[in-house]
Write a protein that binds this ligand. Structure first.
Ligand code: ASP
Ligand code: MG
Length: 410
């Protein structure tokens, strides 16, 4: 008998009707002959509300007590889910993280799952129960309740799927799966039937909020097949697995636009060993994440160093850059908030050549100037002017024919 883990996010459980419809999905899996473990997140934005409540009493609540409080949201959901399944005349039992054997370290608010003692889970499954587990929470070695970081029900579900050897982990959310681009910007974007873990990780780092990255990393590490699907429709969603063994795959799977980029340039820095190390260690010390970096060598042994950071870090990065310019004897600092980054991703790039060229050609044909370029094994990104962003995304999407039927693509 196969085992399937189903995870329902906050929006999928926001009302009693939605809880009942989630319960129906669990029952359908059970009736298909599978063992079923359901992982629930807190209803709607309840976690935010709980945090807010604590902050009305104390501006910096104790992390232990805050975890005690936050864990309540998921506990409500699992009880309601079990009650809904009972109402539909099936057997179900809800378990808190502790009852499900989820052991974590003691870093309240961002604990890591150490191990899962699956005995109780196995017992309940063997008794024919649909087992409902609270996401996002566990207990440390002293039985203190811990939470594992925002969006933590995703990693809970994946960890349970790994520990129980599940055939699949279904992530029910409010989107129909992953698309070749954001359909709000590219109306002809298509749903992606299958993709690789690394592709979803890259997309998440480009701002696509499909799944929590840590959960995708866990799934990759333990080889858990993920299916990202909608609670509100019957579409089959996107299956995320390891596709690296396939003989042939498409070069580009998806395109993305990230508007959260700001560019900083330090002008006329002495072109000497150690300068880049100095610049980027000081930026890192200010806790600013740098994305794309370009160094242009100009004449007379001077170079311009440009890099991009997230917009919210721009002022901080600018301060650091100004200090650096003075220290290094650079001629000045400029910043540009009006930038965007358009990217294409696909594990097929590892073996196909010419992807970069096609992307640059697509932008050139639209008269869009490229300010910076960065590449990885499975991604090419171009930093461009923000007002060109949406047009660039559509052009690139078209250039790689992502709008064409892809249902038989691997
Ligand atoms: N309820 C938690 C949060 O909002 C966990 C989750 O949604 O996955 O972060
Ligand atoms: Mg939530």
């Amino acid at each position: 008998m196969a085992l399937v883990v189903q995870k329902f996010g906050g929006s999928s459980l926001a009302t009693p009707e939605r809880v009942i419809s989630a319960a129906r999905r669990a029952i359908a899996q059970f009736q298909a002959g599978n063992q079923v473990v359901v992982v629930c997140s807190a209803q709607g934005d309840q976690t935010d509300q709980l945090i807010n409540l604590a902050q009305q009493i104390h501006e910096r609540p104790s992390p232990r007590e805050l975890d005690m409080l936050k864990a309540v949201g998921e506990q409500m959901s699992i009880a309601l889910m079990a009650i809904a399944i009972h109402k539909l005349a099936h057997e179900a039992i809800s378990l808190t993280g502790a009852q499900a054997g989820i052991r974590t370290d003691s870093f309240h608010g961002k604990a890591k799952i150490k191990r899962i003692d699956t005995r109780r889970l196995q017992q309940e499954l063997a008794r024919g129960q649909i087992v409902i587990v609270a996401g996002f929470q566990g207990v440390d070695s002293e039985d203190n309740i811990t939470t594992i970081g925002r969006g933590g029900s995703d990693p809970t579900a994946v960890a349970l799927a790994a520990a129980l050897g599940a055939e699949r982990c279904d992530i029910f959310t409010d989107v129909d799966g992953v698309y070749t681009a954001d359909p709000r910007i590219v109306p002809e974007a298509r749903w992606i039937p299958r993709m690789d873990y690394d592709e979803l990780l890259e997309l998440s780092s480009l701002g696509a909020k499909v799944m929590q990255s840590r959960a995708v990393e866990l799934a990759k590490r333990f080889g858990v097949a993920l299916r990202v699907r909608s609670s509100f429709s019957d579409s089959e969603g996107t299956l995320v697995t390891d596709l690296s063994g396939e003989m042939e795959y498409v070069d580009v799977r998806a395109a993305a636009l990230d508007l959260n980029e700001a560019k900083i340039t330090i002008r006329h820095v002495p072109d000497q060993p150690g300068v880049a190390a100095t610049i980027f260690s000081e930026i890192a010390r200010a806790n600013v994440n740098v994305d794309v970096i370009v160094q242009n060598v100009s004449e007379r042994g001077l170079a311009d160093v440009s890099f991009t950071v997230m917009k919210e870090d721009r002022l901080l990065a600018l301060d650091v850059a100004r200090g650096l310019a003075e220290k290094l004897g650079a001629s000045g600092v400029e910043s540009d908030e009006n930038t965007a980054k358009v990217s294409v991703i696909g594990i097929g790039m590892r073996s196909h050549s010419g992807v970069a060229e096609r992307m640059f050609r697509a932008l050139a044909d639209e008269q869009i100037n490229i300010l910076m370029i960065s590449t990885s094994e499975i991604k090419i990104s171009c930093v461009i002017e923000a007002p060109n962003g949406e047009r660039a995304l559509r052009a690139v999407h078209r250039a790689f024919q992502l709008d064409k039927d892809n249902s038989d693509r691997t």
